[in-house]
Design a protein around this ligand. Sequence first.
Ligand code: FES
Length: 105
Amino acid sequence: MSDWVRVAAKGDVKEGGCLGVRIGDKDVAIYHLPGGEFHATDNICTHEYALLSDGWLENGCIECPLHAAQFDVRTGKAMSAPADEDIAVYAIKAEGDDLLVRLPG
Ligand code: FES
């Protein structure tokens, strides 16, 4: 199991929005759901190539900016075509003003 990595300040991800970060060679998207929950997933759509952090977060789902597939950011589940493969989700926690993510080791 790898260590927790600081990815952003809480204030960097506005409520209802998302932010793309790099951890090593991995693109990770951080989401801030209305109400204050944070989630982290792979940032690359499983359909073709697009950054999910360029998409739209609504009702707990991120919509891909390229062909509008939707993924549940809490579970990674692909919710609508054209994507049929889920995205990976990662552990995320807040510590003070910081957000930390743990990738599988
Ligand atoms: S690249 Fe995301 S839906 Fe096609």
